[in-house]
Design a protein around this ligand. Structure first.
Ligand code: CP3
Length: 356
Protein backbone atom coordinates (compact mmCIF):
# COMPACT_ATOMS: atom_id res chain seq x y z
CA UNK A 1 0.00 0.00 0.00
CA UNK A 2 1.34 3.44 -0.85
CA UNK A 3 1.42 6.35 1.54
CA UNK A 4 -1.22 8.24 -0.43
CA UNK A 5 -3.80 5.48 0.05
CA UNK A 6 -2.72 5.17 3.68
CA UNK A 7 -3.50 8.81 4.37
CA UNK A 8 -6.84 8.75 2.59
CA UNK A 9 -7.80 5.60 4.56
CA UNK A 10 -7.62 7.51 7.86
CA UNK A 11 -10.82 9.12 9.15
CA UNK A 12 -10.99 12.87 9.74
CA UNK A 13 -11.30 13.09 13.51
CA UNK A 14 -9.81 16.54 13.94
CA UNK A 15 -12.25 17.38 16.79
CA UNK A 16 -11.83 14.14 18.74
CA UNK A 17 -10.81 15.21 22.29
CA UNK A 18 -7.93 12.72 22.42
CA UNK A 19 -6.36 14.02 19.23
CA UNK A 20 -6.98 17.67 20.13
CA UNK A 21 -5.27 17.18 23.51
CA UNK A 22 -2.39 15.27 21.89
CA UNK A 23 -1.71 18.31 19.70
CA UNK A 24 -1.86 20.70 22.64
CA UNK A 25 -5.27 22.18 21.74
CA UNK A 26 -8.38 22.71 23.89
CA UNK A 27 -10.56 19.56 23.80
CA UNK A 28 -14.36 19.69 24.31
CA UNK A 29 -13.86 17.57 27.44
CA UNK A 30 -10.81 15.99 29.12
CA UNK A 31 -10.01 12.84 27.13
CA UNK A 32 -9.56 9.53 28.94
CA UNK A 33 -8.74 5.95 28.03
CA UNK A 34 -7.18 3.13 30.03
CA UNK A 35 -4.24 0.93 29.22
CA UNK A 36 -5.52 -2.67 29.22
CA UNK A 37 -9.13 -1.47 29.04
CA UNK A 38 -9.83 -4.36 26.65
CA UNK A 39 -9.35 -7.48 28.68
CA UNK A 40 -9.81 -9.42 31.82
CA UNK A 41 -11.68 -6.89 33.93
CA UNK A 42 -14.69 -7.35 31.60
CA UNK A 43 -17.01 -10.38 31.96
CA UNK A 44 -17.98 -10.05 28.29
CA UNK A 45 -14.27 -10.38 27.42
CA UNK A 46 -13.81 -13.52 29.53
CA UNK A 47 -16.90 -14.98 27.91
CA UNK A 48 -15.89 -14.35 24.30
CA UNK A 49 -12.29 -15.53 24.86
CA UNK A 50 -13.42 -18.96 26.17
CA UNK A 51 -11.69 -21.69 24.17
CA UNK A 52 -9.48 -19.40 22.06
CA UNK A 53 -5.80 -18.92 22.90
CA UNK A 54 -4.59 -15.33 23.34
CA UNK A 55 -2.38 -15.15 20.24
CA UNK A 56 -4.98 -16.90 18.09
CA UNK A 57 -7.54 -14.31 19.26
CA UNK A 58 -5.17 -11.53 18.21
CA UNK A 59 -5.03 -12.95 14.65
CA UNK A 60 -8.83 -13.32 14.28
CA UNK A 61 -10.10 -9.98 12.92
CA UNK A 62 -13.75 -10.16 13.98
CA UNK A 63 -12.74 -11.21 17.50
CA UNK A 64 -10.17 -8.40 17.72
CA UNK A 65 -12.84 -5.97 16.56
CA UNK A 66 -15.41 -7.16 19.09
CA UNK A 67 -12.98 -7.18 22.06
CA UNK A 68 -11.64 -3.73 21.13
CA UNK A 69 -15.22 -2.39 21.00
CA UNK A 70 -16.28 -3.82 24.39
CA UNK A 71 -14.79 -1.05 26.59
CA UNK A 72 -15.99 1.63 24.14
CA UNK A 73 -19.60 0.51 24.46
CA UNK A 74 -19.39 -0.01 28.19
CA UNK A 75 -17.31 2.93 29.42
CA UNK A 76 -17.60 5.62 26.73
CA UNK A 77 -13.83 6.18 26.78
CA UNK A 78 -12.30 8.63 24.30
CA UNK A 79 -10.15 6.09 22.45
CA UNK A 80 -10.10 2.44 21.56
CA UNK A 81 -6.84 0.54 21.94
CA UNK A 82 -6.40 -2.25 19.43
CA UNK A 83 -6.76 -5.63 21.11
CA UNK A 84 -3.41 -7.28 20.46
CA UNK A 85 -0.17 -7.88 22.32
CA UNK A 86 3.42 -6.72 22.10
CA UNK A 87 4.53 -10.27 21.16
CA UNK A 88 2.02 -10.62 18.27
CA UNK A 89 4.54 -9.42 15.63
CA UNK A 90 7.21 -11.77 17.04
CA UNK A 91 4.86 -14.74 16.74
CA UNK A 92 3.71 -13.59 13.30
CA UNK A 93 7.33 -13.47 12.13
CA UNK A 94 7.77 -17.09 13.22
CA UNK A 95 9.44 -16.72 16.61
CA UNK A 96 8.25 -19.40 19.06
CA UNK A 97 6.32 -17.48 21.72
CA UNK A 98 3.13 -18.23 23.67
CA UNK A 99 1.13 -16.14 26.09
CA UNK A 100 0.57 -18.21 29.20
CA UNK A 101 -2.45 -17.13 31.28
CA UNK A 102 -1.43 -15.42 34.49
CA UNK A 103 2.27 -15.45 33.45
CA UNK A 104 2.66 -13.50 30.22
CA UNK A 105 4.81 -14.15 27.15
CA UNK A 106 6.99 -17.29 27.25
CA UNK A 107 9.65 -17.82 24.58
CA UNK A 108 10.48 -21.37 23.45
CA UNK A 109 14.13 -20.73 22.52
CA UNK A 110 15.51 -17.66 24.31
CA UNK A 111 17.88 -15.44 22.33
CA UNK A 112 21.29 -15.53 24.02
CA UNK A 113 24.07 -15.64 21.41
CA UNK A 114 25.22 -13.80 18.32
CA UNK A 115 24.00 -16.78 16.26
CA UNK A 116 20.54 -16.58 17.89
CA UNK A 117 20.33 -12.93 16.91
CA UNK A 118 21.49 -13.57 13.36
CA UNK A 119 18.80 -16.25 13.01
CA UNK A 120 15.92 -13.91 13.93
CA UNK A 121 13.40 -13.62 11.11
CA UNK A 122 12.18 -10.33 9.69
CA UNK A 123 8.50 -9.39 9.78
CA UNK A 124 6.66 -8.75 6.52
CA UNK A 125 3.43 -6.77 6.27
CA UNK A 126 1.47 -9.77 4.96
CA UNK A 127 2.31 -11.76 8.12
CA UNK A 128 0.22 -9.30 10.14
CA UNK A 129 -2.53 -8.89 7.52
CA UNK A 130 -5.20 -10.10 10.03
CA UNK A 131 -4.24 -7.24 12.36
CA UNK A 132 -4.59 -4.74 9.50
CA UNK A 133 -7.95 -6.28 8.62
CA UNK A 134 -9.08 -5.84 12.24
CA UNK A 135 -8.07 -2.17 12.09
CA UNK A 136 -10.17 -1.70 8.94
CA UNK A 137 -13.19 -3.35 10.59
CA UNK A 138 -12.73 -1.11 13.62
CA UNK A 139 -12.40 2.20 11.83
CA UNK A 140 -15.68 1.38 10.07
CA UNK A 141 -17.39 0.64 13.41
CA UNK A 142 -15.90 3.26 15.75
CA UNK A 143 -17.66 6.38 14.43
CA UNK A 144 -15.87 9.41 15.88
CA UNK A 145 -13.77 7.48 18.41
CA UNK A 146 -10.05 7.32 17.60
CA UNK A 147 -8.25 3.97 17.43
CA UNK A 148 -4.82 3.69 19.03
CA UNK A 149 -2.41 1.17 17.55
CA UNK A 150 0.65 0.01 19.46
CA UNK A 151 3.85 -1.99 19.55
CA UNK A 152 6.34 -3.06 22.17
CA UNK A 153 9.58 -1.06 22.12
CA UNK A 154 12.83 -2.88 21.28
CA UNK A 155 14.08 -3.05 24.88
CA UNK A 156 10.91 -4.55 26.36
CA UNK A 157 10.69 -7.07 23.50
CA UNK A 158 14.39 -7.91 23.97
CA UNK A 159 13.85 -8.57 27.65
CA UNK A 160 11.18 -11.20 26.89
CA UNK A 161 13.32 -12.80 24.16
CA UNK A 162 16.52 -12.94 26.21
CA UNK A 163 15.02 -13.89 29.57
CA UNK A 164 12.58 -16.32 27.94
CA UNK A 165 9.64 -14.83 29.85
CA UNK A 166 8.73 -12.19 32.40
CA UNK A 167 11.67 -11.19 34.57
CA UNK A 168 12.00 -9.31 37.83
CA UNK A 169 15.64 -8.25 37.48
CA UNK A 170 16.32 -8.49 33.71
CA UNK A 171 19.74 -9.87 34.59
CA UNK A 172 20.50 -11.75 31.38
CA UNK A 173 19.30 -8.75 29.39
CA UNK A 174 21.59 -6.35 31.23
CA UNK A 175 24.46 -8.84 31.07
CA UNK A 176 24.20 -9.07 27.27
CA UNK A 177 23.86 -5.30 26.95
CA UNK A 178 27.16 -4.70 28.78
CA UNK A 179 29.16 -7.84 27.92
CA UNK A 180 28.37 -8.01 24.22
CA UNK A 181 27.19 -4.61 22.98
CA UNK A 182 27.54 -5.59 19.31
CA UNK A 183 25.12 -8.48 19.69
CA UNK A 184 22.89 -6.28 21.82
CA UNK A 185 22.66 -3.54 19.21
CA UNK A 186 22.09 -6.10 16.44
CA UNK A 187 19.20 -7.56 18.45
CA UNK A 188 17.64 -4.18 19.19
CA UNK A 189 18.04 -3.20 15.55
CA UNK A 190 16.16 -6.32 14.44
CA UNK A 191 13.42 -5.67 17.01
CA UNK A 192 13.15 -2.03 15.95
CA UNK A 193 12.52 -3.24 12.39
CA UNK A 194 9.80 -5.62 13.61
CA UNK A 195 8.13 -2.94 15.76
CA UNK A 196 8.24 -0.39 12.93
CA UNK A 197 6.71 -2.85 10.45
CA UNK A 198 3.96 -3.80 12.91
CA UNK A 199 3.12 -0.12 13.46
CA UNK A 200 3.30 0.61 9.73
CA UNK A 201 0.74 -2.13 9.07
CA UNK A 202 -1.61 -0.54 11.63
CA UNK A 203 -1.05 2.99 10.29
CA UNK A 204 -1.61 1.96 6.68
CA UNK A 205 -4.90 0.35 7.76
CA UNK A 206 -6.04 3.55 9.49
CA UNK A 207 -5.14 3.84 13.20
CA UNK A 208 -5.38 7.42 14.49
CA UNK A 209 -2.54 7.38 17.04
CA UNK A 210 0.15 4.96 18.15
CA UNK A 211 1.69 4.07 21.47
CA UNK A 212 5.14 2.54 21.84
CA UNK A 213 5.18 0.52 25.08
CA UNK A 214 8.60 0.31 26.70
CA UNK A 215 7.03 -1.15 29.81
CA UNK A 216 10.24 -2.32 31.47
CA UNK A 217 12.52 0.61 30.57
CA UNK A 218 12.28 1.82 34.18
CA UNK A 219 14.63 -1.03 35.12
CA UNK A 220 17.47 0.88 33.45
CA UNK A 221 19.69 3.74 34.56
CA UNK A 222 19.42 6.84 32.42
CA UNK A 223 22.99 6.24 31.22
CA UNK A 224 22.21 2.72 30.01
CA UNK A 225 18.89 3.81 28.55
CA UNK A 226 20.60 6.49 26.48
CA UNK A 227 23.41 4.27 25.25
CA UNK A 228 21.63 0.97 24.67
CA UNK A 229 17.96 1.72 24.11
CA UNK A 230 17.18 5.29 23.06
CA UNK A 231 18.70 5.13 19.53
CA UNK A 232 16.55 2.13 18.65
CA UNK A 233 13.27 3.51 20.04
CA UNK A 234 14.07 6.80 18.32
CA UNK A 235 14.41 5.02 15.00
CA UNK A 236 11.04 3.26 15.42
CA UNK A 237 9.24 6.53 16.22
CA UNK A 238 11.16 8.43 13.53
CA UNK A 239 10.11 5.98 10.83
CA UNK A 240 6.45 6.76 11.61
CA UNK A 241 6.76 10.55 11.59
CA UNK A 242 5.41 10.82 8.03
CA UNK A 243 2.05 9.34 9.12
CA UNK A 244 1.32 12.59 10.97
CA UNK A 245 -0.49 10.90 13.87
CA UNK A 246 0.31 11.43 17.57
CA UNK A 247 2.94 9.09 18.94
CA UNK A 248 2.80 8.23 22.65
CA UNK A 249 5.78 6.71 24.44
CA UNK A 250 5.18 4.98 27.78
CA UNK A 251 7.11 2.98 30.35
CA UNK A 252 6.72 2.06 34.01
CA UNK A 253 9.01 3.51 36.69
CA UNK A 254 10.48 6.02 34.24
CA UNK A 255 10.56 9.17 36.40
CA UNK A 256 14.33 9.44 35.82
CA UNK A 257 14.03 8.66 32.10
CA UNK A 258 11.23 10.96 30.99
CA UNK A 259 13.42 13.55 29.22
CA UNK A 260 15.33 10.80 27.40
CA UNK A 261 12.09 9.08 26.43
CA UNK A 262 10.77 12.34 25.03
CA UNK A 263 13.96 12.63 22.97
CA UNK A 264 12.99 9.36 21.33
CA UNK A 265 10.55 11.51 19.37
CA UNK A 266 7.27 11.07 21.20
CA UNK A 267 4.53 13.69 20.83
CA UNK A 268 3.00 12.56 24.13
CA UNK A 269 4.95 11.30 27.15
CA UNK A 270 3.24 8.57 29.21
CA UNK A 271 3.83 8.88 32.95
CA UNK A 272 3.36 6.17 35.58
CA UNK A 273 1.84 6.88 39.02
CA UNK A 274 5.12 7.20 40.94
CA UNK A 275 5.67 10.83 39.91
CA UNK A 276 3.04 13.61 39.90
CA UNK A 277 2.19 14.94 36.44
CA UNK A 278 3.22 18.50 37.31
CA UNK A 279 6.61 17.22 38.48
CA UNK A 280 6.94 15.19 35.26
CA UNK A 281 6.23 18.36 33.27
CA UNK A 282 8.74 20.31 35.37
CA UNK A 283 11.46 17.73 34.64
CA UNK A 284 10.66 17.66 30.94
CA UNK A 285 10.74 21.44 30.65
CA UNK A 286 13.95 21.71 32.70
CA UNK A 287 15.64 19.16 30.45
CA UNK A 288 14.85 21.17 27.31
CA UNK A 289 13.53 24.69 28.05
CA UNK A 290 13.44 25.61 24.35
CA UNK A 291 11.11 22.75 23.38
CA UNK A 292 7.32 23.25 23.56
CA UNK A 293 5.79 22.42 26.96
CA UNK A 294 5.05 18.67 26.75
CA UNK A 295 1.77 16.83 26.38
CA UNK A 296 1.46 14.05 28.97
CA UNK A 297 -0.66 10.96 29.51
CA UNK A 298 -1.44 9.35 32.87
CA UNK A 299 -1.29 8.63 35.72
CA UNK A 300 -3.81 7.18 38.17
CA UNK A 301 -2.43 4.25 40.16
CA UNK A 302 -4.40 1.25 38.80
CA UNK A 303 -4.71 -0.16 42.33
CA UNK A 304 -6.79 2.89 43.34
CA UNK A 305 -9.65 1.71 41.14
CA UNK A 306 -10.32 -0.69 44.03
CA UNK A 307 -10.34 2.07 46.71
CA UNK A 308 -13.36 3.75 48.35
CA UNK A 309 -15.07 6.08 45.87
CA UNK A 310 -14.33 9.22 47.92
CA UNK A 311 -10.60 8.40 47.93
CA UNK A 312 -10.62 7.54 44.24
CA UNK A 313 -12.48 10.73 43.35
CA UNK A 314 -9.93 12.80 45.28
CA UNK A 315 -7.08 11.19 43.32
CA UNK A 316 -8.80 11.68 39.95
CA UNK A 317 -9.36 15.37 40.73
CA UNK A 318 -5.77 15.80 41.90
CA UNK A 319 -4.38 14.25 38.71
CA UNK A 320 -6.69 16.33 36.52
CA UNK A 321 -5.47 19.49 38.30
CA UNK A 322 -1.79 18.49 38.05
CA UNK A 323 -2.26 17.75 34.35
CA UNK A 324 -2.96 21.46 33.81
CA UNK A 325 0.80 22.04 34.06
CA UNK A 326 1.14 20.35 30.66
CA UNK A 327 0.30 21.72 27.20
CA UNK A 328 -2.20 18.88 26.94
CA UNK A 329 -3.27 16.01 29.18
CA UNK A 330 -4.74 12.65 28.23
CA UNK A 331 -6.10 11.00 31.36
CA UNK A 332 -5.06 7.36 31.80
CA UNK A 333 -3.77 4.99 34.42
CA UNK A 334 -0.11 4.85 35.39
CA UNK A 335 -0.12 1.24 34.08
CA UNK A 336 -2.76 -1.25 32.93
CA UNK A 337 -6.17 -2.09 34.41
CA UNK A 338 -5.74 -4.86 36.98
CA UNK A 339 -7.76 -8.04 36.30
CA UNK A 340 -9.86 -7.77 39.50
CA UNK A 341 -11.02 -4.22 38.83
CA UNK A 342 -14.80 -3.68 39.05
CA UNK A 343 -15.71 -2.40 35.56
CA UNK A 344 -18.59 -0.27 36.93
CA UNK A 345 -15.96 1.80 38.78
CA UNK A 346 -14.11 2.43 35.51
CA UNK A 347 -17.33 3.73 33.93
CA UNK A 348 -17.90 6.04 36.89
CA UNK A 349 -14.33 7.39 36.66
CA UNK A 350 -14.88 8.17 32.96
CA UNK A 351 -18.08 10.09 33.82
CA UNK A 352 -16.26 12.03 36.53
CA UNK A 353 -13.36 12.97 34.21
CA UNK A 354 -15.74 14.08 31.47
CA UNK A 355 -17.51 16.36 33.98
CA UNK A 356 -14.29 18.15 35.02
O1 CP3 B 1 -6.67 -3.11 26.34
C1 CP3 B 1 -5.51 -3.01 25.91
O2 CP3 B 1 -4.64 -2.29 26.45
C2 CP3 B 1 -5.17 -3.71 24.60
C3 CP3 B 1 -4.58 -4.94 24.72
C4 CP3 B 1 -3.17 -5.17 25.21
C5 CP3 B 1 -2.79 -6.46 25.66
N1 CP3 B 1 -1.46 -6.46 25.86
C6 CP3 B 1 -3.72 -7.58 25.79
C7 CP3 B 1 -3.38 -8.68 26.73
C8 CP3 B 1 -2.03 -4.37 25.23
C9 CP3 B 1 -1.88 -2.90 24.88
C10 CP3 B 1 -0.95 -5.21 25.64
C11 CP3 B 1 0.44 -4.75 25.70
C12 CP3 B 1 1.40 -5.54 26.47
N2 CP3 B 1 1.57 -6.89 26.52
C13 CP3 B 1 2.42 -4.97 27.25
C14 CP3 B 1 2.65 -3.49 27.40
C15 CP3 B 1 1.70 -2.91 28.38
C16 CP3 B 1 1.98 -3.27 29.82
O3 CP3 B 1 1.10 -3.88 30.42
O4 CP3 B 1 3.06 -2.92 30.30
C17 CP3 B 1 3.18 -6.00 27.82
C18 CP3 B 1 4.36 -5.87 28.74
C19 CP3 B 1 2.62 -7.22 27.34
C20 CP3 B 1 3.08 -8.61 27.63
C21 CP3 B 1 1.99 -9.34 28.31
N3 CP3 B 1 0.95 -9.96 27.65
C22 CP3 B 1 1.76 -9.49 29.70
C23 CP3 B 1 2.68 -8.98 30.79
C24 CP3 B 1 0.55 -10.18 29.85
C25 CP3 B 1 -0.21 -10.48 31.13
C26 CP3 B 1 -0.02 -11.86 31.66
C27 CP3 B 1 -1.21 -12.24 32.53
O5 CP3 B 1 -2.06 -12.98 32.04
O6 CP3 B 1 -1.29 -11.74 33.65
C28 CP3 B 1 0.07 -10.48 28.57
C29 CP3 B 1 -1.18 -11.17 28.23
C30 CP3 B 1 -2.28 -10.28 27.81
N4 CP3 B 1 -2.16 -9.27 26.91
C31 CP3 B 1 -3.62 -10.38 28.23
C32 CP3 B 1 -4.33 -9.38 27.54
C33 CP3 B 1 -5.80 -9.10 27.59
C34 CP3 B 1 -4.17 -11.41 29.20
C35 CP3 B 1 -4.29 -12.74 28.52
C36 CP3 B 1 -5.69 -13.26 28.47
O7 CP3 B 1 -6.66 -12.51 28.65
O8 CP3 B 1 -5.79 -14.48 28.20
Amino acid sequence: MTNATAVSARRDLSQAPLLVAARGGAPAHPPVWFMRQAGRSLPEYREIRKGTAMLESCMTPDLVCEITMQPIRRHGVDAAILFSDIVVPLAAAGIGVEIVAGVGPVVADPVRTVADVAALPELSLDQVAPVAEAVRLLTAELGQTPLIGFAGAPFTLASYLIEGGPSRNHERTKAMMHSDPRTWHALLGALADIAATFLRAQLDAGVDAVQLFDSWAGALSERDYREFVLPHSKRVLGELADAGVPRVHFGVGTGELLPAMREAGADVVGVDWRIPLDEAVRRLVAADPTAPVPVVQGNLDPALLTAEWSALEREVRRIHAEGKAARGHIFNLGHGVLPDTDPTVITRVVELIHSL
